[in-house]
Design a protein around this ligand. Structure first.
Ligand SMILES: [Zn+2]
Length: 315
């Protein structure tokens, strides 16, 4: 197992936390917890540079990438209106630079997965971003970029199957929009249907295994639904070359946005169920941190890495 982290993964600042519940330094906090707990036992990887704007045209329209240079576009995506009046240098430092580093980290974690079986990025998982626009704190779709880069470099071929497992509490509408016509990407999405992006039921057929749950969902219901959904996804799988696990911990009961009532133990159980199932079947797996809007999000993310470490080292 390899863990990918870069110090430039930090979005925003403590000041911004007055307006948005995202734990802005989550990646750094998780990195510190892991360094303390597991020290040199973990193998760390760091990308050399962020992806460039030109490279991002692989998955985004150039007109959108141009639009992103405007503070008003950033304010809209982050849903913090005053940012529309902030200088470009600030939105670049707080959002655009970390977003480009996040994409580089996700791709590197994908490459690690193909090389050693399990790659975890402490960032990424921006599943709401679409080809022509961002939303819901997602500027750049690192998941589409990861898959399309691996395909472009021949590390994945166009007919190799990919499993996309989106367990962030929000439905992954950006990734669904990219891949609903691509039969090689087979998706499971377990999400709260009562909250953003309030996904239209007529679009559910664009995901092979949609599992909508209601607000207030607790450990037992959540874990049972996830287990069943995962089983269904794996039963229909045909020798997948890669699994992408979007592991948002915004299902946690203290999360400010998620609306579920899943305990910390339940979050860890979920991560164990998914990783165990994929590792057991020898499916190379890349894990992305995705959403988390509680102050314990970094601890939950560190726990996910510990589970990955234990499973790969007890094999
Ligand atoms: Zn989320």
């Amino acid at each position: 197992m390899q863990i990918v982290y870069h110090q430039n993964l930090i979005f925003g600042s403590a000041l911004l936390n007055r307006f948005h519940p995202f734990q802005f330094d989550r990646a750094r906090a998780a990195f510190r917890i892991l360094r303390e707990d597991l020290g040199s036992k973990l193998e760390w990887k760091t990308p050399d540079k962020p992806v460039t704007w030109a490279q991002l045209e692989l998955v985004h329209d150039s007109s959108y990438l141009k639009d992103l240079q405007r503070s008003s576009t950033i304010a809209h995506i982050v849903e913090v209106p005053f940012l529309a009046f902030s200088p470009k240098a600030l939105t670049k430092r707080w959002f655009l630079d970390p977003a480009r580093w996040s994409v580089a980290c996700s791709l590197l974690a994908g490459e690690c997965a193909l090389e050693c079986g399990l790659g975890i990025s402490l960032g990424g998982g921006f599943h709401h971003a679409k080809r022509q626009g961002g939303e819901g704190f997602c500027f750049l779709n690192d998941i589409a970029y990861l898959l399309e880069s691996l395909r472009a470099t021949g590390k994945l071929t166009l007919n190799q199957q990919v499993l996309y497992i989106d367990l962030d509490v929000h439905q992954g509408n950006g990734v669904s929009a990219y891949y609903h016509n691509d039969p090689t990407v087979r998706s499971l999405d377990v999400y709260n249907e009562d909250i953003y992006p309030v996904w239209r039921s007529d679009l559910r057929s664009t995901v092979e295994v949609p599992v909508p749950l209601r607000s207030g969902c607790t450990d037992e219901t959540y874990l049972q639904a996830t287990r069943e959904g995962l089983e269904h996804l794996l039963q229909g799988a045909q020798d997948p070359a890669l699994a992408v696990f979007n592991a948002g911990n915004d299902i946690f009961l203290e999360d400010a946005l998620g609306g579920f009532r899943v305990s910390a133990h339940g979050v860890a159980q979920r991560d164990k169920i998914v990783l165990e199932a994929l590792i057991e079947r020898d499916i190379p797996t890349v894990v992305l941190a995705s959403g988390g809007y509680s102050q314990k999000s970094s601890q939950l993310l560190a726990e996910l890495c510990r589970i990955g470490y234990e499973l790969t080292h007890s094999k």
